[in-house]
Each structure stands twice: as C-alpha cells, then as structure tokens.
Design a protein around this ligand. Sequence first.
Ligand code: ATP
Length: 240
Amino acid sequence: MTAALQMTGVAADLGGRPVLRDVDLRLDAGDFTALLGPNGAGKTTLMRAALGLLPLRAGTVSTASAGYVPQRHEFTWDFPASVQDAVLSGLVRRIGLLRRPKVAHWQAVWAALDQVKLGDLRKRPVGELSGGQRQRVLVARALVLEPAVLLLDEPFTGLDMPAQETLTDLFTEIARERAVLMATHDLTAAAYTCDRLILLNRTVIASGPPADLKDPEVWMRTFDVGPGSHLLKALDLVGA
Ligand SMILES: Nc1ncnc2c1ncn2[C@@H]1O[C@H](COP(=O)(O)OP(=O)(O)OP(=O)(O)O)[C@@H](O)[C@H]1O
C-alpha cells in the first residue's frame, strides 16, 4: 500500500538554524496519529515540510496530497465571508484566483461542510460562529481538497471540553479513510484517543501505538524532564 505520507531522512533549517534532523515517518490511511513534543520540538515545522512549504536540507517527502488546518490564530475571522465562502477559499489554487467557481466546486464545499456537520450553517457569516464551529470550518476547508493526509496543528487550543470531544469524534471519523496527523499538547487525551503516537524532539524519538510506548525513558528524552516529572505520573508510566 502506498503511504499517505512518507518522510525519509528529513532535515530542515529555519533562519539558518537546524530544526529537524533525520526524520523518518510513515502515515497510512486509517490511522489517527498524534504528534507530541515540547514547545520548539519542530511539530509545526514538520507539518510545513510535509506540505512542501519549506526547503529540505536533506531527505525526501512523499505524499499524494496533504490538507492543513493551521493553528486558529493564523486565520483571519473578522471578514464578512460566509461559512461556505471560507471553505471555498481552500480551493482557490485549484479554481484560480480570478475565475468563478463551478457547480462541482460548490458541491465539494457542501460535501465537506456536511462531513463536519455544518451543512445547516453554510450561509452564516464566519464571524458569528463559536470557536468549535470555526475549527470545523477550517477542517472543511482542508477536506475540500480530498487530501490523503490531514495535518492538524493544535486543533484544541482555547476550546472547551464538549467542543474538543466533538472534534475528536470528527477526526476519528475522518481517519477511517485518510491519514490524520494531529500536533497536540494534550498527551493523556492523545494516548487515549489516537491509534499511534509520534514523539518528536527535533527528530523522532519513538513512535507506535500508545500501548507500546510505556518506557518512561523515551518520554523523558522527548520532553527533557526527569524521573519525578508529573508528566510520567499523568501518563501512568511510574509506579504510584
Ligand atoms: N522563522 C523562524 N526562524 C528561526 N527559527 C524559527 C522560526 N520559526 C520557528 N523557529 C524555531 O524552530 C523551532 C521549532 O519550531 P516549531 O514551531 O516547529 O515547534 P513546535 O514543536 O511546533 O512548537 P510549539 O509546541 O511551541 O508550537 C523552535 O526552536 C523555534 O524557535
């Protein structure tokens, strides 16, 4: 089976400083994978490299297509667009900036909105949506391209528990037919809900199903913490 995303020996720099080195990973359709690591570990950089937005110093990235949901603060919400216009903006490159969308483009937009369960709100101005609904608009905007892999950069930031749960169910559903990679700081939720975890700190320290990542040492190395860390207790990796 062709991987939805494969990175081999990837190294990338930012501002002349090395950020990623020797990154090897493979994502397949059917897997909901969490990308875990401390601030500055390179999670966003890895996603940008997967999207081809960053020159690689070494290695290769191969994907049929990737969709990206950026951290929410990177998106401007105070413009008077409707929900369906915001989703259509995900197709701009395919349609061409000055061309009019065709019926097939709108049908793809409505299908994506149905998938994130916002079909009823498609004419609503985006400024009137809740935080959780806005996040679902961004997911639809990425899904409209029918990507092989969906990349989610900290999708739960600033959202309440019910909104997080709705999104988690949605991501689980999307991962039935695509690969989903989610950068998150919520380690316990990731360990509970994701099929696989990738522990990243400039390189992949460990990866696999949560049940296979019980060695406290790999978590300590990833997060630069000692054996007394609350992190290990929260993950139930040290004896009580
Ligand atoms: N434009 C830039 N120029 C130089 N260094 C940068 C630039 N952008 C990010 N960095 C550095 O690259 C490293 C990786 O950043 P990145 O945003 O990928 O980490 P992250 O794992 O997503 O972090 P966080 O959890 O805080 O979002 C950090 O040390 C950061 O300071």
